[in-house]
Structures are given as structure tokens and as C-alpha cells.
Design a binder for this molecule. Structure first.
Ligand code: F6R
Length: 612
């Protein structure tokens, strides 16, 4: 949430800042701003409300702003409404300190009161203005330089932050600090970069440093030094980003979301190839030993949003294949309910960004109880990846659209691989079954590809229901997990109210909402539950529902019951979610398109939720 960028080097900073912000707009798009310094002159600050294009137009793509050092921000409002005034950068009244911030300063009110007593004035409703003026306060009080002022501020504030500031007395330099909010620092050819996420700087450099929690750094052209809270220099290793720069561009597609939907065969294939070696699953890179797998009593899967839905599907799959007890939980609930964990439990946190605040807090809760943790993460070097005991990297590449698709699919297949390997190590499957399961997994990429061929019919159907008021998704078992994800995709980008229900639960209340013409999307890929599903579908149909059936090839008798059918290829039924989710992602996408909405940047949302 909120994107920050920074640049200091030999070229004009503003166009580079705007370009970086355009890659981070998925993190927030209420308002945007930049501050650029030309030598030792005061910084020029330009801000606009609304989309980044407004800032782009106001600065002629950055060309009208001189200077080689600057910071920029695209905002997802927390404290204070979206407005030009509340947009970042914020600065002290004498322009001594200017900065941008991502995160939340929880103690901002008490600091603000203290600063007001010391004569500071405040002109915005943001916590960031408080943070910047607090740094200014310590800078002037102790006169020991930027690192000292920032460190003194860091030890006195509560909250999360990735902050980048420029000091009047230090032209050409940017100072940064972070706690629980993402930030990477890039370097190349005498120039230095700051960004909340990799895509913002991928075009300029692949050489990055990860700044740790409660650490600071000083950037000048081509030089980056790191400091701990005591102001002592610390050494960092440069990491090379392997992501393909093309992957962060739209590449001819109208939206990132549809591009990412079509990238799913590759995301799933790459993830599979990273762990299946010579026909066998090899979790060496994950670091999960056979001994550890043998010792697991219970698995707790903890995540948010779509990643949580992956957990719901994984719960069915792991329990059924590996016969290990699994509990899946929302991270925002887990972290505050004082969870009872046993020493042989395994906590698995799933997160695309690796920065989701609640998931990170859940991971820390598990670690504080000395429980072994495994993170399933897409972004290399993210906070969750760094703090977990083991990491299973999904290889989906950069995901830009706010609504996740390819990362979800890569997470799903990673969970299947875990389930199969656990089953093998614990003797729950014989060699024959093991091979069959792996073979089914290996077919998934082309089967997803085949499912994507069905696009036109779904586009037509989505347009037909573009004015729907309510949509219900129903399913049982794994199909319930798919329904949860289908419903979230629908509501988050098309703003049509939808609910996902375990099909057998509908008649315990929700069925009263079914009216003549209400669209009910029924998922039925599980043969053991097929007839039960058909009964539930008939129940809603007899109350006027318009029925869509989503099932696998061969179940053609479903045509007698439903009004519209979508078929997906047959796979081992444990893995059906990977195929059945595709038409539902397309439904959400085309519904949003038919309603004329901004698919990649749905209102009120942002990718990477770094506030709780
Ligand atoms: C929905 C979506 C969100 C994320 C959730 C967790 O399309 O993208 O629900 O799944 O915010 O994010 P990560 O996976 O980054 O922890």
C-alpha cells in the first residue's frame, strides 16, 4: 500500500520517478507527488489528487522539473482523505526535511501534540507530516546529522514505515529507513534507486540491496551505505533480480489482469519445474527435511484474501492425500486470538507479496512460540521470506494487477506438491500413486492453457449478466474453495455483490436471497459430491435461479439442470481448483470490462496490504 520511489544520479530525476511510480500505481492511486532537488536549491514539490496521469500532465512527464535527486509517492489514503494537500511528499515548513512514507505511524497523535507544544504547525491530516517533522525536530535538536536524527525518530515512534527523506544540507543524498514496510535499493553506473517493489526499477537495474527491519541507508549517486540504529555502518550483499523486465509490462494486452491470467500456464510450469526433478519432488531448495515432515502433528495455514482461499483448497488436499490435520485461518484472526500451537505443529503462511502486515504478524506469532514456519511467497527477499524458517518460492514473476491470478495458481500448485511429498514421506501413498499424482500435476500447465481457449463464451456470458445485482457461487469440498475465490474475483473488480457458499449450507439462511433470475454459479468437479451438488442446484433453480454449471468434461448430463455450462479438462480431482478457477477469473475480468471499470486498479483497493 502506497508506493515510494527515489533516484539520485546523473540524469534528470523526475521522469525516472514518474516512470517508477507508474509501475507502483497498483499499490495506491488516490494521489501522487514528487519532490526533486536541483543541486543545493530547495526542492520543487509537485502533487496532484487522483491518478498518476494528473501528475504526469502537470509536469510534462517530468520534463518540466529540473534536478538529479528526488523522491516520489503514489498514495493509498490511511490518515486523511485523498487530496492534493494530503498527498506526499511532506516537508518541514522551512523545507529542511522532505520525505515520502509508506506505512502507518500509530503514535502520530501523541508525537503531533508534542511537536505542537514545541512550535510546529501542521497543515495536513497525515501521519507522514508528523513523521517528517519529528525527524526535523531531532535533526535540529541534536545537530548530529541525518542518520542520528532518523535513528532517534525510529526508536520513539510506533508503527510501520518505509520512509525516504532528503535534507536541505545534503544535496544529492537521500536517506531511508524501514520497519515492516517493503523497500528495495538499486544501484548501477553511478546512480542509485529506491522503490517499494521490484518492477519500479527493473528497467534501470537488476542489482538490489534489501534493507532490513529497523535499518537505515544513505544513498548518493552510485553509492549506498547501511546503518543500524546505533548509527554504525553495516555491510549488505548485492542481490541480482532474475525477473524478466518484460514481465512487468502489459506486452500488448489491454490490462495486466488478462495478461497475468494468460501467464498462468507458465507460472504453474515454472513452479512445478523448480521442485520436480527427474520425476520426483525435491524440496531441498525449500529446506523441508524428511525428518521434519515425519514429525508434523498438525499444519496451520495462515493467509489473507485469495492466499487464504488457496489455504482452504490446500486443507482439503493435504488432509486427504497426506492425512495430516490442517487448520486454515485468516491471518488477521490468527494473530490476535492467542493461538494454541504445539511444538510439532507447522505454520505455513502464504503470501504473494511477502509483505502483508497481518500475515507477517501471524508468522511472528508462530515464531514467538518457537513453532517451525514455512512461507510460500512470490517476492524474493520480502519480509515474510526473510523471517520464515523455510521458504517455498512460487515462480509467478511480477504480479501487477491488484486482483491476483497467476500467483494464486502458483500457490495452489505449490500446496499440491507439498501435500504429495508429505504423503510420500509419511507412507500414505505407494510409488504407483505417487507417480500418478505427479503426472497429473505435470499436465496442469497445458490443461490451464486449454481452459483459456474458452474465453469468448465466458466473455459473452459475463456481458449478459453485467447488470446483475447479486451473484452466488456454490460448491462442496474443493469446489467450495474455488467458489470463495470466484466470488472474491467477481466482487473486487466488478463491484457486483457476490457470496460464496458451501452448497449444503445455503438452505440454512441464504437461500432466501434467491429470486427470479438470480445468477448462481455452481462448481462441481468432485464426483463423490456430484449428486449432492445437483440436488442443491435444483433447490435454487426451483426458486427462480439462473444456473451456471462449472464442471469437468464428461458430465454432460448437467445440461439438463443448468442454463449455461462451462467445462474444464479432467484431472485428479484433488487438483481441480487449478482448472475450475480459470473460467471464474475470466468471468470477473469480463464482467468488470463490460461494466466499464478499471480492471487493474479497483476502487478502494491496493496490492500488498501493509497496514492491518
Ligand atoms: C485478491 C487479492 C488479495 C490478496 C491478499 C493477500 O485478488 O489479491 O486478496 O490475495 O491481499 O495478499 P498477499 O498474497 O500479497 O499476502
Amino acid at each position: 500500500m502506497c508506493g515510494i520511489v527515489g533516484f539520485t544520479g546523473k540524469r534528470k530525476a523526475a521522469p525516472i520517478l514518474l516512470d517508477g511510480l507508474s509501475k507502483l500505481e497498483y499499490r495506491g492511486y488516490d494521489s501522487a507527488g514528487i519532490a526533486v532537488r536541483d543541486g543545493s536549491a530547495d526542492a520543487e514539490v509537485i502533487k496532484t489528487k487522483g491518478r498518476l496521469s494528473n501528475l504526469y500532465n502537470k509536469t510534462n512527464g517530468g520534463e518540466s522539473v529540473n534536478g538529479f535527486c528526488g523522491v516520489g509517492h503514489t498514495r493509498w489514503a490511511t490518515h486523511g482523505e485523498p487530496s492534493e494537500n494530503n498527498a506526499h511528499p511532506h516537508y518541514s515548513d522551512d523545507m529542511n526535511v522532505i520525505g515520502v512514507h509508506n506505512g502507518i505511524i500509530e503514535s502520530y497523535q501523541e508525537i503531533k501534540d508534542k511537536l505542537i507544544r514545541r512550535g510546529y504547525l501542521f497543515h495536513t491530516q497525515t501521519d507522514t507530516e508528523v513523521l517528517i517533522k519529528y525527524i526535523d525536530y531531532y535533526y535540529k535538536k541534536y545537530k548530529m546529522g541525518p542518520i542520528d536524527a532518523i535513528a532517534k525518530t525510529m526508536v520513539r515512534i510506533r508503527g510501520s514505515y518505509a520512509v525516504a527523506v532528503m535534507f536541505k544540507d545534503y544535496p544529492g543524498e537521500i536517506y531511508v529507513a524501514r520497519k515492516d514496510s517493503p523497500m528495495i535499493l538499486g544501484i548501477k553506473d553511478g546512480e542509485s534507486y529506491i522503490a517499494s517493489d521490484v518492477p519500479a526499477i527493473l528497467k534501470y537495474t537488476r542489482n538490489v540491496y534489501y534493507i532490513g527491519n529497523m535499518e537505515m541507508a544513505r544513498l548518493s549517486g552510485g553509492e549506498i551505505s547501511f546503518f543500524n540504529l546505533d548509527g554504525e555502518k553495516i555491510e549488505k550483499e548485492l542481490t541480482e533480480i532474475k525477473w524478466d523486465a518484460e514481465a512487468a509490462e502489459k506486452g500488448g494486452y489491454e490490462h495486466f489482469m488478462i495478461k497475468e491470467i494468460h501467464e498462468q500456464p507458465k507460472a504453474v510450469k515454472d513452479t512445478i519445474n523448480s521442485t520436480i526433478i527427474d520425476g520426483k519432488i525435491d524440496l531441498t531448495s525449500v529446506g523441508l527435511t524428511e525428518e521434519l515432515i515425519q514429525s508434523i502433528d498438525m499444519i496451520h495455514i495462515v493467509a489473507c484474501g485469495s492466499a487464504y482461499h488457496v489455504g482452504v483448497a490446500a486443507q482439503y488436499v493435504i488432509e486427504d492425500i497426506a492425512r495430516i490435520r490442517v487448520r486454515v485461518e485468516l491471518a488477521s484472526e490468527f494473530r490476535y486470538r492467542r493461538p494454541l500451537l504445539n511444538k510439532n505443529d507447522l505454520v505455513v503462511v502464504i503470501s504473494q507479496s511477502g509483505e502483508t502486515a497481518d500475515t507477517l504478524a501471524a508468522l511472528r506469532e508462530a515464531k514467538s512460540q518457537n513453532i517451525h514456519t514455512l512461507a510460500m511467497v512470490n517476492v524474493v527477499g520480502s519480509s515474510i521470506a526473510r523471517e520464515a524458517d523455510n521458504v517455498f518460492y512460487t515462480l509467478a514473476g511480477p504480479e501487477i494487477a491488484v486482483a491476483t491470478t497467476k500467483a494464486y495458481s502458483a500457490q495452489l500448485v505449490s500446496c499440491y506438491l507439498l501435500a504429495i511429498q508429505m504423503a510420500k514421506v509419511r507412507g500414505k501413498v505407494d510409488d504407483k500413486k505417487y507417480k500418478q499424482l505427479i503426472s497429473s500435476i505435470e499436465q496442469l500447465p497445458w490443461q490451464i492453457e486449454k481452459t483459456l481457449d474458452n474465453t469468448e463464451r465466458i466473455q459473452w456470458f459475463a456481458a449478459k449478466f453485467a447488470n446483475a445485482k447479486d451473484i452466488f457461487f456454490i460448491g462442496r469440498g474443493v469446489d467450495y474453495a474455488i467458489s470463495l475465490e470466484g466470488s472474491l474475483k467477481m466482487k473486487e473488480i466488478s463491484y457486483v455483490h457476490s457470496e460464496a457458499y458451501a452448497a449444503g449450507e445455503l438452505k440454512h439462511g441464504t437461500i432466501s436471497l434467491i429470486e427470479e433470475g438470480t445468477l448462481v454459479i455452481s462448481v462441481l468437479t468432485q464426483s463423490e459430491l456430484y449428486e449432492k451438488m445437483v440436488s442443491n442446484m435444483v433447490e435454487v433453480k426451483s426458486r427462480g435461479a439462473y444456473l451456471m454449471g462449472l464442471t469437468s468434461f464428461g458430465h454432460y448430463d448437467i445440461e439438463d439442470t443448468v442454463d449455461f455450462t462451462v467445462y474444464v479438462p479432467n484431472t485428479d480431482e484433488h487438483f481441480a481448483a487449478s482448472l475450475a478457477v480459470i473460467p471464474l477469473q475470466l468471468m470477473g475480468y469480463y464482467m468488470s470490462l463490460a461494466r466499464g471499470l478499471d480492471v487493474d486498479k479497483p476502487r478502494n483497493l491496493a496490492k500488498s496490504v501493509t497496514v492491518e
